[in-house]
Design a protein around this ligand. Structure first.
Ligand code: G
Ligand code: G
Ligand code: MN
Ligand code: NA
Length: 249
């Protein structure tokens, strides 16, 4: 397909780049880290969003080289931000590709990034297929010293069992629950339950998609550790993160 050929050419020509969305400690609003989010500057179409090309890259197998490129860019940048952690999204086909663990290990070695400052965000889809093999990959990643977080938590089927049997360090509450968050109601009850689960299992919890002051206030009331969302900051160019770090001192 045309877009597939375009992507191959785009990789050769360095058309992919990263934006970084800040993640804050909810208590203090201190900048703690960033989530890397890939973008494609297509010569004819302009800016293309990952929602359009990640699924295609998953189908064609191009996700492995694209994911490796993303990881490399994120780690190189993170080395210049010693006070921050950087999270990178890993999609299912990338996770299962033959040399994923080696790619992560090689990238850490090549960039010199401390493994504990790299967080890999995995969705449940990563784990669904071959549970035993997934478990081995997760253990190998954990052995490298990187952090593992479960993304979009709360919308899948077996997240609770996965949290218990796999070595996750963190969970990110799915944006849908934050969008519905009000002082009273189901969404708040669910968010509180996830926060309780995080505390009980020793997992750090991030609320994603925080868009209003009310949502932020409720999350702070309920002792959510970390927040991310348009209320605080959109995904930003690396230079803007440089500036923010300068201002924070
Ligand atoms: O940045 P945006 O909100 O448009 O992202 C849309 C989707 O694309 C999200 O689900 C996000 O996790 C995913 N995504 C963004 N960047 C990457 C990436 O570098 N790798 C993978 N696998 N997914 C990404
Ligand atoms: O699937 P994942 O959680 O990685 O998706 C991250 C996506 O969510 C990115 O595309 C990012 O642009 C988007 N995002 C980040 N903050 C907000 C927000 O406050 N509101 C909405 N609607 N989307 C957000
Ligand atoms: Mn994510
Ligand atoms: Na998410």
């Amino acid at each position: 397909r045309a877009l597939d050929a375009d992507m191959r050419r785009g990789l050769d020509r360095d058309e992919f780049f990263l934006l970084y969305q800040p993640r804050y400690e909810a208590d203090t609003m201190r900048l703690r880290g960033v989530e890397a989010l890939v973008r494609w500057r297509h010569p004819q179409r302009g800016l293309v969003n990952p929602g359009e090309f990640i699924p295609l890259a998953e189908e064609t197998g191009l996700i492995a080289p694209l994911g490796a490129r993303v990881l490399r860019m994120a780690c190189e940048k993170a080395v210049t931000w010693p006070d921050l952690s950087v999270s990178v999204n890993v999609s299912p086909a990338q996770f299962r590709s033959a040399d994923f663990v080696k790619t992560v290990s090689d990238t850490l070695a090549a960039t010199g990034l401390s493994p504990k400052r790299l967080e890999l965000e995995l969705t449940e889809g990563v784990l669904l297929e071959d549970v035993e093999r997934s478990g081995r990959i997760l253990a190998d990643l954990k052995a490298l010293g990187v952090m593992l977080s479960m993304d979009d938590f709360g919308t899948g089927y077996s997240s609770l069992g996965y949290l218990k049997s796999f070595p996750f360090d963190a969970i990110k509450i799915d944006q849908r629950f934050i969008a519905d968050l009000q002082a009273t109601g189901d969404a708040r009850a669910i968010v509180q339950a996830i926060l309780g689960l995080g505390r009980a299992l020793g997992l750090s919890v991030t609320a994603e998609g925080v868009e209003t002051a009310e949502q932020l206030a409720l999350l702070r009331q309920d002792a959510c550790e970390e927040v991310q969302g348009y209320l605080m900051a959109r995904p930003l160019a690396a230079e803007e993160i440089d500036k923010m770090r300068g201002e924070q001192g």
